[in-house]
Design a protein around this ligand. Structure first.
Ligand code: CAO
Length: 414
């Protein structure tokens, strides 16, 4: 079966997490991704959080599958010449350097367009244009500046960052969509374009419902938040603990074993349509006849008591038993699954969402495959390249012969 992005060549100047997430997705869809790294140095993540000495870290290997790797000093004279050839050879250039780095290398958008008018030039920065545009940004900075941290955490407690990498991987996902959209546009316009995504904007987009709540605050308290009706609302959309954030009340409740197992919990949504079954199951058939309990509006001021009653029942069962009991009753719920449980989950292995990959230096390790499944172009996961593994191969494709390759190598350009 052919791959969806077969024939698309990506000049991958990305590093760390946000950019590599984007180019890895494009590689999974079949694009030829050529990752360019500084000779002798490479992407900093190769050496970060290493679990095995002197072997590419899981941080690097899990973000750079299916790519080819070459080294190139884009600041040296002969390196710049090769970089120009690469720009002419490729369809898309992706980078997430600190602001201004590409311009300082001598490759502004204007220069890139001169070299290849069909080039799509895609970038991730921490902030869009404005007073913070020159700042360097990492994941948690983006979570804090994009509205996630101020709206995450327990009520009255400190702001929290989340484990989901919404700043880095989230922005990489946004950028990938921008790139394929620009590629589609190029099929009828014939020209490339600039694609930019700021991490602050990407996080804010994922916090869309919180800006919804900010505006609803002007019209009264947020009745689905635990602060209602007894707590206080300030001027800004507050943290809401584990409340669902949607129109249906939800909370995390303890399950059997919670005293020793930090993940013996389940999220239960007390959806109005399935409330009768839930109430009966937990031994509260009385609620169904009681006007104090039998409408969503009547329950709203008593959600804490309601979830405490639900918890009395869930604490008698494992999280999986609760799931098995409530799902047939159409009660939406989800056990808190640990990474250990997810790594061992057979259904995720079967769909290729969790895959085992073999690496020549580290051996076998687990990774997360492409979560987006295309019926005609399934993704297979191939290991990440070693530093400079495909340098000669790519240089030959650019037209350099053995002696030209030896010359640029001697000059330290690769
Ligand atoms: N050849 C020659 N020079 C190269 C090169 C190559 N192949 N690859 C990189 N370099 C140079 C860059 O040009 C830059 O040089 P200048 O400072 O002279 O312009 C230098 O290496 C360092 O690049 P950098 O500033 O991007 O790297 P950093 O470690 O200092 O900063 C980061 C890292 C992530 C904070 C910054 O790149 C950034 O803010 N990126 C945008 C936002 C982003 O993607 N953040 C997510 C990071 S993942 O958590």
């Amino acid at each position: 079966m052919s791959k969806a992005l077969e024939g698309v060549k990506i000049l991958d100047m990305t590093h760390v997490q946000s950019g590599p997430t984007c180019t890895q997705l494009l590689a999974w869809f079949g694009a030829d991704v050529i990752k360019v790294e500084r000779p002798g140095v490479g992407d900093a993540t190769r050496g970060q959080l290493q679990d095995i000495p002197d072997v590419d870290s899981l941080y690097f290997t899990m973000l750079n599958h299916n790519k080819r790797g070459m080294t190139l000093n884009t600041k040296s004279d002969s390196g710049k010449e090769i970089f120009e050839k690469l720009i002419k050879h490729c369809d898309v250039l992706v980078e997430n350097f600190a602001p201004g780095a590409m311009d300082r290398m001598g490759f502004s958008w204007e220069r890139i367009q001169e070299l290849n008018p069909r080039m799509i030039y895609a970038s991730i920065k921490g902030f869009g244009p404005g007073k913070y545009e020159d700042c360097k940004v990492y994941e948690n900075v983006a979570q804090c500046t994009g509205g996630s941290a101020s709206t995450t955490g327990m009520i009255g407690d400190v702001p929290l960052v989340t484990g989901a990498q919404i700043g880095d991987s989230g922005t990489g996902l946004h950028l990938a969509l921008g790139i394929v959209t620009a590629l589609f546009h190029r099929t009828h316009s014939g020209v490339g374009q600039r694609v930019e995504c700021a991490m602050q904007d990407g996080v804010l987009n994922l916090c869309r419902v919180k800006l919804r709540d900010q505006q609803r605050l002007d019209h009264g308290p947020l009745t689905e938040y635990p602060q209602y009706p007894n707590g206080e609302f300030g001027e800004a959309a507050p943290r809401a603990g584990n409340a669902s954030g949607g129109g249906q009340p939800g909370w995390i409740v303890k399950c059997k074993g919670w005293e020793t197992d930090p993940d013996a919990y389940i999220y239960v949504i007390a959806q109005a349509a399935a409330f009768a079954g839930l109430a009966k199951e937990i031994g509260h058939e009385d609620w169904l006849e009681d006007p104090e309990w039998n409408t969503p509006k009547a329950r709203l001021p008593k959600l804490e008591t309601m979830f405490a009653e639900i918890e009395k029942w869930t604490m008698t069962k494992t999280k999986f038993d609760v799931m098995d009991t409530l799902n047939p009753l159409n009660v939406p719920c989800g056990p808190i699954l640990s990474m250990k449980e997810l790594a061992a989950e057979p259904s995720l292995r079967e769909t290729g969402t969790v895959v085992e990959v073999d690496h020549p230096e580290r051996g076998k390790y687990l990774s997360i495959g492409n979560p987006i499944k295309l019926s005609a172009s399934p993704s297979d996961v191939k290991r990440s390249p070693l530093l400079g593994e495909h340098t000669d191969e790519v240089l030959r494709e650019l037209g350099l012969d053995d002696s030209a390759i030896a010359t640029v190598r001697e000059a330290g350009a690769v």
